[in-house]
Design a protein. Structure first.
Length: 349
């Protein structure tokens, strides 16, 4: 039976720049109504002019697909002045992304201490922009990096009582536990790969560079806590894929890049994930505000960002397909494996 559901939103993607951008945008636009685009491009999105130029590149890549909307963010960097933040908001930015220094791809210009950024956060709070945080403390042992960043998050939360904050790609049980004690204006995104992988899928046997991302997949207990949070239907835990494409050569390298390309497979994998857990895919077959795929990918994030729910739909059909080995020079997550759901021909309605 085909499954009709509200078209999903992806609240965390990396689109890169041309020439990679074209096929990457197409892979997301095929499945998603909207995507929140990360600003760690080269050069980074730190000015209204760059944001506007980037939006044009993305719209050019989406071409005639008017059914897709890019939601843009800027990079929170030292020295960002209030007038520029206002200009970024006027140009359509809905959030600013904080990268601690050196914790991931293109974060060399990131933050060492949050205190010098308080003027930035104040303006963001005034303008009702969302602060997205890559919560990992530089220099800390990999598996402890996320929870080690909690004190920095808490300082921001305490000091800016109206600032909405998203802890991006939450990957540990401890951070989820901490989230429960933070105010409701703090939420978290969860990726599909953190629901499926542990560190052993990266380094437990042969080295699997296409499973390498930041934050790294952690212990089974961490993965299980993430699964439980998503399957509980907690509206503060919503989908952001962190789909992060790198050319095959940049991954299969002596010094390989972090990032997993999940855009082409995220929704089919999540559909199977909810089904394995015995939970429904759509809201019409779930208890009111109960857990289901559709709320996780098409409602909770939009509600947190105060965006109207998408009025488009997608139809999932049970059609087996094999994930290709190559999507425009990039190896997608689960390449070579068979998936059970695909989007019906015609795409979004
Ligand atoms: O694995 C990751 N890749 N994590 C990030 O935070 C950034 C991303 C990228 O841009 O490649
Ligand atoms: Zn990311």
């Amino acid at each position: 039976m085909p499954v009709v559901m509200r078209a999903p939103d992806d609240f965390h993607v990396h689109f890169r720049r041309p020439p990679l951008l074209d096929s990457i945008v197409a892979d997301t636009a095929r499945w998603f109504a909207r995507a929140l685009v990360m600003p760690n491009t080269v050069p980074p999105i730190t000015t209204a002019d760059r944001l506007t130029a980037y939006r044009r590149e993305i719209e050019g890549a989406a071409g005639k697909d008017q059914s897709f909307e890019a939601l843009l963010t800027f990079k929170v960097v030292p020295g960002l002045v209030p007038d520029e933040i206002r200009a970024l908001a006027a140009a359509g930015a809905i959030g600013g992304k904080l990268y601690p220094q050196g914790v991931t791809t293109h974060s060399e210009d990131g933050i060492v201490d949050v205190e010098p950024l308080f003027a930035v956060f104040e303006v963001m709070e005034d303008l009702d922009l969302v602060l997205e945080i890559h919560a990992e403390a530089p220099g800390v042992f990999s598996l402890d990096r996320e929870i080690a960043y909690l004190p920095s998050v808490e300082r921001i939360v305490r000091r800016f009582p109206n600032l909405r904050i998203v802890i991006e790609h939450v990957s540990s049980r401890d951070m989820l536990t901490a989230l429960a004690d933070l105010p409701l204006r703090v939420a978290a995104t969860v990726t599909v790969h953190h629901l499926l992988l542990t560190l052993d899928d990266v380094i437990g046997g042969d080295l699997r560079p296409h499973h390498f991302c930041k934050p790294v997949a952690k212990r089974p207990a961490d993965r299980d806590a993430l699964c439980a949070a998503v399957l509980s239907g907690d509206p503060r835990v919503f989908f952001g894929s962190d789909s992060a494409p790198h050319p095959r050569t940049a991954k299969e390298s002596d010094c390989g890049c972090a990032g997993i390309y999940t855009a082409p497979v995220a929704i089919p994998l999540l559909a199977e994930f909810f089904e394995r857990a015995g939970l429904p895919l759509t809201e019409s077959s779930a208890p009111v505000r109960g857990a289901c795929l559709e709320s996780f990918v098409s409602r909770w994030g939009a509600e947190f960002y105060r965006l109207p729910l998408s009025e488009r739909t997608i139809t999932l059909c049970e059609t087996e397909w094999v994930v290709p080995d190559d999507c425009g020079g990039i190896v997608p997550f689960r390449s070579g494996s068979q998936l059970r759901y695909d989007i019906a021909p015609g795409g979004k309605a």
